[in-house]
Ligand binder design. Structure first.
Ligand SMILES: Cc1cc2nc3c(=O)[nH]c(=O)nc-3n(C[C@H](O)[C@H](O)[C@H](O)COP(=O)(O)OP(=O)(O)OC[C@H]3O[C@@H](n4cnc5c(N)ncnc54)[C@H](O)[C@@H]3O)c2cc1C
Length: 409
């Protein structure tokens, strides 16, 4: 395994760190002040601070870094991109500034790999340019969606059209003022094999029959201006050329967005853990109680040491998964991808929790980003598959591997 940063990555790390220090961090407060704070998503506006950051990042060549394709993206491997995603994880507004935020990144990867030339021109190019945003609609309120084969919403092929019906929720990004389309997953062939039943369809948000019913709250907030929505699709009739790669290929297409997307989430989670630990250390070494700094009290130094060890382990495991994807493909990395999807959010949650504790009452207020970090890490243990589902994958692969070892194959 070789996790050494290439010359190019080292240069990008340096430029990204400087951009974070000089432009992103200083813009955080302005960005927050430009959010309206309304629970009504129709009032949400894109903060001007974000558009300014995006323009500046694009000009600096810090744009679409997530995309391994050299023609449309930065052409970085997963190992190369991992430290950059970690740096972005230090700020909630960084990913969008560099056009590297979910769910657009996953949608761009799917469109780049599988979309037709016309679909690319209409939907991929504006996403790559940061001119529009998108959502991904798989999860449904009425079925346990951690088992994706449960999906009930339909995408029925009717002559040269496709008709969408059903209800989706937790569609992240649907409330963003720039969101123009969703990638909808729906049942097309109920009698086919379980993984050949569903299709992926590009559905413009203004298509007749699409209705955003509400935004869901996450720990009392709405994640303005992106939001997570519940949407109904009622007899939404679209030209057949909106299906990606043909009917029944939804699950095949979905594989394209899974592996690398999870690496991105995990590296950002590690960045979040680093930020929480940095805040913890700063507070614990400055503030005094009972005649000593907080770090000298009780087991607080052990907490710092334990977090440092946990973060290092999570980072190395994530890099291993990234390296496996780069060298042997997503399939060979399935266990490691699931391992980091369990580990990285858990470490970030633990770090945020410990940092909140050291900050006392201030830790749970919005004077520090810790409560937001905590909520974000907690949510990551559900989004993109709950921990238990990933543990199931790890155990299944482990048993198979052990059986192969015993059989000497
Ligand atoms: C903030 C946020 C953003 C999201 N963004 C998106 C998005 O953009 N697009 C999208 O389509 N979805 C999105 N999701 C949905 C997310 O992927 C689902 O919530 C997740 O897959 C779980 O599905 P579910 O909510 O139906 O839970 P269920 O399937 O009902 O599962 C509930 C619980 O059952 C248990 N469980 C399930 N399977 C197993 C198992 N095999 N072994 C043991 N226990 C198990 C787990 O405890 C699990 O948490 C988002 C979710 C959140 C919270």
């Amino acid at each position: 395994m070789d996790f050494a940063h290439s010359e190019r990555t080292l240069a990008l790390i340096d430029r990204l760190n400087r951009f974070m220090r000089d432009e992103v961090r200083p813009a955080e407060q302005t960005y927050a002040s430009e959010l309206g704070g309304s629970a009504d998503w129709r009032q949400w506006r894109q903060p001007a601070a974000m558009e300014a950051l995006k323009a500046s990042a694009k000009q600096a060549g810090l744009w679409n870094l997530f995309l391994p394709d050299a023609e449309f993206g930065a052409g970085l491997s997963n190992v190369d991109y991992a430290p950059l995603a970690e740096i972005m994880g230090h700020s909630f507004i960084a990913s969008e500034a560099f056009n590297c935020s979910a769910p657009d990144t996953g949608n761009m990867e799917v469109l780049l790999r599988y979309a037709s030339a016309e679909q690319k021109a209409a939907w991929l190019m504006p996403l790559l340019a940061g001119e529009m945003r998108s959502a991904f609609c798989m999860t449904e309120p009425d079925v346990a969606s951690s088992d994706a084969t449960n999906m009930q919403a339909t995408a029925v092929i009717d002559g040269d059209h496709v008709v969408l019906d059903g209800r989706k929720w937790w569609s992240t990004g649907i409330g963003h003022p720039h969101c123009r389309f969703v990638i909808f997953m729906g049942l097309s062939a109920p009698d086919a094999a379980p993984h050949a039943r569903h299709s992926m369809v590009i559905c413009p948000l203004d298509a007749p029959g699409v209705k955003i019913e509400r935004m869901l709250s996450v720990f009392h907030g709405y994640d303005e201006p992106s939001g997570h929505g519940e949407i109904s699709f009622s007899n939404v009739r679209l030209p057949g050329d909106h299906v990606i790669r043909g009917a029944g290929r939804g699950f095949e297409n979905a594989q394209g967005r899974l592996g690398p997307g999870r690496i991105h989430h995990c590296m950002r989670a590690i960045g979040m853990a680093e930020r929480a630990l940095a805040l913890l250390c700063e507070r614990a070494t400055k503030r005094k109680a009972f005649g000593k700094t907080l770090i000298e009290l009780g087991g607080n130094a052990d907490i710092v040491a334990d977090l440092r060890m946990a973060i290092e382990q999570a980072r190395l495991l994530t890099l291993k998964a990234a390296w496996l994807i780069d060298t042997q493909g997503v399939k060979a990395a399935m266990s490691e991808i699931s391992q980091i999807k369990v580990i990285a959010p858990m470490v970030a949650q633990k770090a945020a929790d410990a940092a909140m504790q050291i900050h006392g009452g201030a830790g749970v207020s919005d004077d520090f980003p810790l409560a937001t970090l905590f909520a974000y890490a907690r949510v990551l243990r559900l989004a993109d598959g709950p921990d238990e589902v990933h543990r199931g994958v790890i155990a299944k692969l482990e048993i198979k591997a052990q059986q192969r070892t015993r059989a000497g194959t």
